[in-house]
Design a protein around this ligand. Structure first.
Ligand code: NDP
Length: 264
């Protein structure tokens, strides 16, 4: 079975690490042309160099870009069009969560978190829309979190912002259907990637290794599948939603949380 993305063009934000990087690899394997960004140029270059060993470098394009800066986003999108000519799919993945309860969240934290979750998508959609409108397989796929439906007090601003992104995704799906652009999301629980690696490095209990520490996190969270997800497992769901394989699906979400969402 083919994902039908050979020679198509996809933009993946935050492609230099974790879920985004796994998705870059999946699209390259399927023969797509892949453009990805991140803020850190050295990290981007190192992913490019590493992937060049296994994939055709002419399929790949990197550009350093902060998705919160519309000018940088416009520059990135213009550079992708210059390189590949068209844009067929956009995957909004860049970001991170903020661990803080209500009392530890100040006004600036609220602004930063709402800005990250909403404008990382708004800016990219603004810049890519004229190009997506020209594609016959156009899709926008947003990486979102289960926190949007199932808020947690220790991540209050992230939970609120994720609920906002869920609403924005549905709104975009409803509005862009007339342009033949599908909009979908994944809701992830806990996925082993950059965020969890950083929390692991900062852990107070230094006696546990990565495997033991993540197992403890999974047990504490009572994840039914008993472990954190792998970045590739989130990327598979993104691949399905972004590709024409899900051509009759828009305004939808796939839960990739290991069963953490127990409610209907
Ligand atoms: P990683 O930290 O591994 O990767 C994040 C990527 O986003 C990096 O490439 C980073 O590159 C890039 N990035 C971050 N901020 C920006 C920005 N402002 N502009 C451009 N690029 C940016 O994280 P994950 O793979 O875990 O996360 C991917 C997405 O999944 C994020 O949106 C995250 O919030 C979400 N998520 C993850 C969960 C998890 O358990 N892992 C849980 C719920 C949601 P650079 O730093 O160089 O900019």
């Amino acid at each position: 079975m083919s994902f039908k993305v050979k020679n198509k063009v996809v933009i993946i934000t935050g492609g230099s690490s974790g879920i985004g990087l796994e998705l870059v690899k999946l699209f390259l394997t399927e023969g797509a042309n892949v453009a990805w960004c991140g803020r850190n140029q050295a990290k981007l270059q190192s992913t490019f160099n590493e992937l060049s060993e296994d994939y055709d470098a002419s399929q790949m394009f990197i550009h350093s870009c902060d998705v919160l800066d519309q000018d940088q986003v416009d520059g990135f999108v213009a550079a992708v069009v210059e390189k590949f000519g068209v844009i067929d799919m956009l995957v909004n993945n860049a970001g991170q969560g903020k661990v803080a309860d209500f009392f530890a969240t100040d006004d600036q934290d609220w602004v930063d978190e709402l800005k990250l979750k909403v404008f990382s998508v708004v800016n990219m959609v603004n810049a890519t829309l004229p190009h997506l409108k020209q594609s016959d397989i156009a899709s926008i796929t947003n990486v979102n979190s289960l926190l949007g439906l199932k808020p947690e007090t220790h991540m209050v601003a992230t939970s609120v912002a994720r609920a906002g992104l869920l609403n924005l995704s549905k709104n975009l799906a409803n509005e862009l259907v007339k342009e033949n652009i599908r909009v979908n999301s994944i809701l992830i629980g806990l996925v082993e990637s950059g965020q969890w690696r950083r929390r692991f490095e900062e852990r107070s209990d230094r006696s546990k290794n990565w495997k033991e520490w993540t197992a403890t996190v999974a047990a504490k969270k009572e994840i039914p599948l008993g472990r954190l997800g792998k970045p590739q497992e989130a990327a598979y769901a993104l691949m399905f939603l972004a590709s024409p394989l899900s051509s009759y699906t828009t305004g939808s979400v796939i839960d990739v949380s290991g069963g953490l969402s127990k409610e209907i």
